[in-house]
Design a binder for this molecule. Structure first.
Ligand code: GLU
Length: 434
């Protein structure tokens, strides 16, 4: 199909979705429809989460006051296996956002072909305002409240925005006290000492690096000296930056919530990482780096680079700024960073986008390895993890790339077709209960 036809068809469907991630996810899903033979009955199932839980979490602050926060756990689809997906602590968490993220987890696990469905959780809160003890109480109470839903063979949480191995350790510990059993496979992304997998901490960033190398090679762009801008310097962005710099790429733009920084000659990543390891809140603010200027977030997204890696939150590249993006390749480290409208604008301008459900799947693939190790009580060497991770992601990229070429479609559409068809097939083969 010609680009213009696709543009027209999709534009007709696009409403104002810039601020509703669930609508955004549904629009991406609906674009797949005409490329597949999935029957209408199955489409109805694919467009809805299986189960949504909302919980009110009373948090006793350190000063004795009680604040009641709202949390969620959404199980989007479990046809291919137990639900899988992270837990995010962020002031922007809404039921619509968690549903969208749970949907993306479903297609993500399917496109990389690991035996999981998709889920997601979140608490609407600002963790930067909470002490460590408050965070621990919040996590434990939330865990107790979603406890009826989670389980090693039911729904397995993991880290996401503003949650980390420590939060996962509190979850596994709370579950152990509630159930009376050691059950490390109920959550992934734990510290190594409590059953975490070697390599899991770096896995999402490593996957972004694999995806970037894979696509640059296919486009005939040499990674040596390729310029890269990265939005978000958390677990995904900072590790992708380090690994890509080790491969010879020149990281010229980095940012986090405290601001964006531009260094045309390329950042010394060792120096930047050393700085954030001790800076307040591990933020880039005040970064002492020669040849650097502070720029705006929008400037960072529109830097003239070979590769742009949005690794922060959803809906960052929108109809408003997509026309100004100069990158040749976008590798989506975050979930849902590009709105469907922006996707079209970028597609027409020939920008290659490695979609989130493929580009950032390294984390969940390694979570799968952690879960397998927990179930078998048999830890692997880190080398084995990284090799298997590379194999799975390279296979998925190959499959998505081939489909995109065969059908002359974007990588996002190809990844969605592969993932959604796999989920639809599982639903059909199981049949509908009762
Ligand atoms: N939060 C990560 C993601 O969005 C990892 C999920 C997991 O490991 O289950 O893919």
């Amino acid at each position: 199909m010609a680009i213009q036809d696709t543009t027209r068809m999709v534009s007709e469907r696009i409403r104002d979705v810039e601020i509703n991630p669930y609508e955004m996810m549904l629009q991406q899903l609906d674009m797949v429809r005409e490329y597949t033979d999935i029957p209408d009955n199955i489409w109805q199932i694919l467009r809805k989460p299986e189960r949504t839980l909302e919980v009110s979490i009373p948090l006793t602050r350190d000063d004795g006051n009680v604040e009641v926060l709202t949390g969620y756990r959404v199980q989007y689809n479990s046809s291919r296996g137990p639900c899988k997906g992270g837990i995010r602590f962020h002031p922007g968490v809404t039921p619509e956002e968690v549903k969208a993220l749970a949907g993306w987890m479903t297609w993500k696990c399917a496109v990389v072909n690991i035996p999981y469905g998709g889920g997601k959780g979140g608490i609407c809160c600002d963790p930067s305002r909470l002490s460590r003890t408050e965070l621990e109480r919040l996590t434990r109470r939330y865990t107790a409240m979603i406890y009826p839903l989670i389980g090693t063979r039911r729904d397995i949480p993991a880290p996401d925005v503003n949650t980390n191995a420590q939060v996962m350790n509190w979850i596994v510990d709370t579950v152990q006290f509630l159930s009376g059993e050691s059950n490390p496979g109920i959550v992934t992304g734990k510290s190594i000492e409590v059953g975490g997998a070697l390599g899991r901490h770096e896995a999402t960033g490593r996957g972004v690096m694999f995806a970037t190398l894979g696509v640059l090679q296919r486009l005939g762009i040499d990674v040596e000296g390729a310029s890269v801008a990265i939005q978000g310097f958390g677990n995904v962005g900072s590790i992708a930056a380090r690994l890509l710099a080790e491969e010879g790429a020149k990281i010229i733009g980095i940012s986090d919530v405290s601001g964006a920084h531009h260094c045309p000659s390329g950042f010394d990543m060792k120096q930047v990482l050393a700085y954030v390891s001790t800076s307040p809140g591990h933020l880039l603010a005040g970064l002492p780096h020669p040849g650097t200027e502070e720029i705006s977030n929008d400037d960072l997204l529109t830097l003239d680079v070979d590769v742009l890696i949005p690794a922060a939150l959803e809906a960052q590249i929108t109809a408003r700024n997509a026309g100004d993006v100069k990158a040749r390749v976008i590798v989506e480290g975050a979930n849902g960073p590009t709105t469907p409208e922006a996707d079209l604008i970028l597609g027409e301008r020939g920008v290659t986008i490695v979609p989130d459900i493929l580009a950032n799947a390294g984390g969940v693939v390694c979570s799968y390895f952690e879960w397998v190790q927990n179930i078998q009580c048999f830890p692997w060497e880190e080398e084995e993890t990284n090799q298997r991770l590379g194999r799975i992601l390279q296979r998925a990229l190959r499959e998505v790339w081939t489909l995109a070429e065969e059908r002359d479609i974007s990588l996002r559409l190809a990844a969605f077709i592969l993932g959604v068809e796999r989920v639809a097939t599982a639903i059909q083969l199981r049949g509908i209960f009762p």
